[in-house]
Design a binder for this molecule. Structure first.
Ligand code: AMP
Length: 207
């Protein structure tokens, strides 16, 4: 199954993608993770996107599209994948339509206030890419999955979060209409606990 996860920053795309990956045995393709890995390894791509990401802006479409096109051509994507954070603009969605036929776009619908609360309490593990909320951690500095040191993502600062939400409204929100016209949108209430939201996703996928 070829699935896109749509939703604002902090709507839970990454968390849901990780759960779907382990249940459906298809890879999670997160453009944000790909860019963060390049940043950490200080590759030419990482250096190119560093400032753009820190400002909460979008990496240029042509760079992002090329990366995803190459990644989806790899063998592990043959039986499907979960796209987490791509596409993020109409230009990216149109490009994707030219090289892949996706089955559905799950739209995680979360209240704006809940999003700001989630992002401001978010902690990230650079070692295993895990994302956690401080409310679920006994130690806010230690990754409960791998024991790594948790950090606050540079782009989770209040100012950058505001810019990312604005970028979402302008560039990414129109994708809901784009995929609705294709009859591919499955909207899921993204408020509530991780298990509640995940069960709603499974329910719409099983229909
Ligand atoms: P994420 O982890 O999905 O929130 O992505 C973090 C940052 O990576 C975004 O704020 C963008 O700067 C960049 N990024 C991730 N995915 C894309 C995309 N599809 N198009 C452009 N920029 C992206």
């Amino acid at each position: 199954m070829k699935i896109i996860l749509l939703g604002a920053p902090g709507s839970g795309k990454g968390t849901m993608a990780q759960k779907l990956t382990s249940d459906l045995k298809i890879p999670q393709i997160s453009t944000g993770d790909i860019f963060r890995k390049n940043l950490k390894e200080e590759t030419p791509l990482g250096l190119q996107v560093k400032d753009i990401m820190a400002r909460g802006e979008l990496v240029p479409d042509e760079i992002t599209i090329e990366i995803v096109k190459n990644r989806l051509a790899e063998a592990d994507c043959a039986n499907g994948y979960i796209l987490d954070g791509f596409p993020r603009s109409i230009v990216q969605a149109e490009a994707l339509d030219k090289f892949q036929q996706i089955d559905c776009a799950i739209n995680l619908d979360v209240d704006k206030e809940a999003i700001v609360k989630r992002l401001s309490g978010r902690r990230f593990c650079p070692d295993c890419n895990g994302t956690f909320h401080i409310s679920s951690l006994t130690d806010a500095a230690v990754c409960p999955a791998c024991g790594g040191k948790l950090v606050i993502r540079a782009d989770d600062s209040e100012e950058t979060v505001r810019e990312r939400l604005h970028v979402y409204d302008v560039n990414t929100f129109p994708l809901i209409e784009y995929y609705t016209k294709q009859g591919k949108v499955l909207t899921v209430d993204g408020n509530g606990s991780i298990d509640e939201v995940y069960n709603r996703i499974l329910a719409v996928l099983n229909k």
